[in-house]
Design a protein around this ligand. Structure first.
Ligand code: SF4
Length: 206
């Protein structure tokens, strides 16, 4: 029997995955908070409508699992409210993915500009707002701009400020590779609503 077949029969170690995701999120937060503090940048006063897009995608099982775990920390009433919102959002997407009721919606976790699962929010949410760069494996660089608030308030005085996301993306890739090794498949990409709509996190497994 090959190593690969043995690995396919190993259970996914959810605790290990959650631990690695949390560790990575902590590193991201430290870099982001430091950059934001030095620049004098803050999300205060922003409703997050642009950053908290309804079709924000989570590409890895590890992040989906972590977010789904966050939902389980809420009390039943709050959780049910979010799940109802997920159902409505998924229905709007299914009925007319390009229609106004779906395209004009924000992420199901955005409650009056605040994230209902802030401690569990995905990597992309933690990095939003400040411009970034990524070093690709072929040595080229990719740049991404900041949000409107950053562009108007910070960029004129700090035009070169960028967060290097390369190490973060590599680490997330490494975590997800562990999932692929165990399951033999790539994870299904899902929106936040699609991720939370699963009653049991095990159903998320690719
Ligand atoms: S998970 Fe939270 S921070 Fe991320 S898009 Fe949704 S509401 Fe915004």
């Amino acid at each position: 029997m090959s190593d690969r077949v043995i690995q396919l029969h190993m259970p996914l170690a959810h605790e290990d995955l959650a631990y690695r995701v949390k560790e990575l999120y902590d590193r991201i937060d430290a870099v982001y908070v430091s950059a934001a503090r030095d620049a004098g940048f803050s999300c205060a006063g922003c409703d997050g409508a642009k950053c908290c897009a309804v079709d924000l995608i989570l590409h890895t099982f590890a992040e989906q699992l972590y977010l789904r775990r966050g939902l389980d920390t809420l009390d039943a009433a709050r959780r049910d409210g979010i799940l109802t919102n997920c159902t409505l959002t998924l229905h709007a997407k299914e009925s007319d993915p390009f229609g106004e009721s779906y395209r004009d919606a924000v992420c199901v976790l955005n409650e009056a500009g605040l994230c209902a699962l802030y401690k569990y929010r995905p990597m992309i949410c933690r990095l939003a707002g400040i411009p970034h760069l990524i070093f690709r494996p072929d040595g080229t660089k990719r740049f991404g701009e900041g949000c409107g608030k950053f562009r108007s308030e910070i960029e004129p005085r700090l035009p070169d400020l960028r967060i290097d996301r390369t190490a973060f993306y590599r680490e997330m890739g490494s975590i997800e590779l562990g999932v692929v090794r165990v399951t033999g498949r790539r994870s299904t990409s899902r929106t936040v609503a699609e991720t939370l709509a699963f009653a049991d996190p095990d159903q998320l497994i690719p």
